[in-house]
Design a binder for this molecule. Sequence first.
Ligand code: TYD
Length: 139
Amino acid sequence: MKGHESKVHDAELVELHGIATEVGSLVVCQQSSVMDWDPIRTYFLYDVPNEASRGGHAHKELQQMIVAVAGSFEVELNDGSNQRTVLMRSPQMGLRLPPGLWRELKHFSGGAICLVLASHKYDEADYIRDWGEFLKFKR
Ligand code: TYD
């Protein structure tokens, strides 16, 4: 899907494969079962103050899978026409984001960890950090 075509409902909350035993739980996020791209970069956010807002940008091509590995937070999505807020609070759910959605991550609970799998290496040229520019990109 091209970044300028994506809509907020194209972001999908998917169930990740979990293996729960009496010695703990394991969750797998694997190419082909939950996404059709290779996760070649992984990063995570932690120690985010509850009143802070992260994100505030869109990506032209990058695809991402977001998981609340611990705690909870909200992902507010906007495609230039519609807004959608997704509450992340289960380590067994992944939010698969197509390119071209403005996102803000907020209301992090204490101890929350936001794991992000990404389809490309870090590239500042892939970011749209200006709302007006984003609206032009989506037109
Ligand atoms: P940014 O993507 O704006 O963070 P967030 O969306 O969580 O608010 O990145 C914050 C800073 O970290 C910015 O200076 C770019 C840098 N950064 C990297 O160097 N490599 C990375 O893989 C990422 C995700 C960010």
